[in-house]
Design a protein around this ligand. Structure first.
Ligand code: PEP
Length: 249
């Protein structure tokens, strides 16, 4: 079985002071946990402070986004080499909010994945269908397009994590049913196997979409669910610690 991976995506939340407050409570509450991987993706502005606080802990520093060039005239962007320099380990690429508000296409996402792997960053590649697409029974078609487009000519399987995040379940409180999650994760696993062969069994597939301390256990124990990406419920240290410690009372 793959080691579970539980990642906090703070999105555009928390000042530096708020991030420090969170960590002062959260780090001790998960100290000593070694049988699962924990990650936190703060905003770029907090990344140095959070990175320092996470040094010598069991929590990995993650970033929420990256650009596909390493330097130059790209106002407002942050490069893979800059993330590497800041000791970021994982970068989230292709989040549905990036696709929706910043018009990121599969082609752009593919360029970001290539550029990040070149700098030896590990990638959490997000895919997922909208409500409309699900209603039109296009979920599998969309997932396949996103997988093929995002992973075009990508070879470093060992540095890849996939996050299945149905857009309609993100931040809505509506969680996909166990059947929907199982079906999507199995489909993703099969598509990864089509591309990479049996080694695809080693790629972790996370679920994201309204994960909470109440529902984590029933989700993370499903077949082909190798962890979770958590937005809203990761903003509170107690709530995120409960998610990380889903199998403890
Ligand atoms: C996310 O944005 O990655 C996410 C899963 O958000 P939430 O947990 O708030 O649905």
């Amino acid at each position: 079985m793959l080691q579970k991976f539980i990642v906090a995506n703070w999105k555009m939340n928390k000042t530096i002071g708020e991030a420090v407050d969170f960590l002062s409570q959260f780090i001790p509450s998960v100290e000593g946990i070694k049988d699962r991987e924990i990650g936190i993706a703060p905003t770029f502005l907090c990344i140095e402070t959070v990175g320092k606080a996470l040094k010598n802990t069991n929590i990995k520093l993650c970033a929420q986004n990256v650009f596909y060039e390493n330097k130059g005239a790209y106002t407002g962007e942050v490069s893979p080499s800059m993330l590497k320099d800041a000791e970021v380990e994982y970068v989230i690429i292709g989040h549905s909010e990036r696709r929706k508000y910043f018009h990121e296409t599969d082609e752009i996402i593919n360029k970001k994945i290539h550029a990040s792997l070149k700098e030896k960053l590990k990638v959490i590649f997000c895919i997922g269908e909208t409500l409309e697409e699900r209603k039109l029974e296009k979920t599998k078609e969309i997932l396949e397009i996103q997988i093929k487009g995002g992973l075009k000519n990508i070879e470093h399987v060992e540095a890849l994590t996939i996050a299945y995040e149905p857009v309609w379940a993100i931040g809505t409180g509506v969680v996909a049913t166990e059947e929907q999650i199982k079906e999507a994760h199995l489909f993703i696993r099969e598509k990864l196997r089509d591309i990479y062969g049996e080694i695809a069994n080693e790629i972790r597939i996370l679920y994201g979409g309204s994960v909470s301390p109440e529902n984590i256990k029933s989700i993370i124990t499903l077949d082909n669910v190798d962890g979770v990406l958590v937005g809203g419920a990761s903003l509170d240290p107690l709530s995120f610690a409960k998610i990380v410690k889903y199998d403890q009372k």
